[in-house]
Design a protein around this ligand. Structure first.
Ligand code: AMP
Length: 115
C-alpha cells in the first residue's frame, strides 16, 4: 500500500488545488500560502518523504524533477526574469509536508540569504 500524504490527496483531487501542470510522474499546483507572486509546488507522484530518503533508483526521477521544473517555470512566464527552486528538508530546513516537493518561486526580486 502506498503512503497517503496531503499532496497525494491534492494529486488525486480529494483536496482541491489550483493545478498548473500534470504528467504521469509529476503534478504542480499553486502554493496555498504564496511567498511571491509566483509560487508553485512541483511534486513527484511517488512518495519520497524527504530528499535525503531518495534512493539510487530515484536518480532518473530527480533529474526529471529539475527538467520538469524548467518546463513549468517556462509555462509560468518566469524563465527569463529568473526564479528560485527550493527543497526544504527536515525540521531545520522548514519542511512541513513529508512528501518530496520542489518550490518554484519567482515573479519578484528575491532576497538572499533566506531566513
Ligand atoms: P514545506 O514547508 O517545504 O514542506 O512546504 C509545504 C508547502 O505546502 C507550504 O509552502 C504550504 O504553504 C503548502 N501547502 C500546504 N497546504 C497546501 C494546500 N492545501 N494547497 C497548496 N499548498 C499547500
Amino acid at each position: 500500500m502506498s503512503m497517503e500524504t496531503l499532496f497525494t490527496k491534492i494529486i488525486s483531487g480529494a483536496i482541491p488545488s489550483d493545478k498548473v501542470y500534470e504528467d504521469d510522474e509529476f503534478c504542480a499546483f499553486k502554493d496555498i500560502n504564496p511567498a511571491a507572486p509566483v509560487h508553485v509546488l512541483l511534486v513527484p507522484k511517488k512518495v519520497i518523504p524527504e530528499i535525503g530518503a531518495a534512493a539510487e533508483c530515484d536518480e532518473g526521477l530527480l533529474g526529471r524533477l529539475l527538467l520538469t521544473a524548467n518546463k513549468v517555470a517556462e509555462q509560468l512566464g518566469i524563465a527569463e526574469s529568473g526564479f528560485r527552486y527550493i527543497i526544504n528538508s527536515g525540521a531545520h530546513g522548514g519542511q512541513e509536508v513529508p512528501h518530496l516537493h520542489l518550490h518554484i518561486i519567482g515573479g519578484r526580486q528575491l532576497g538572499w540569504p533566506p531566513g
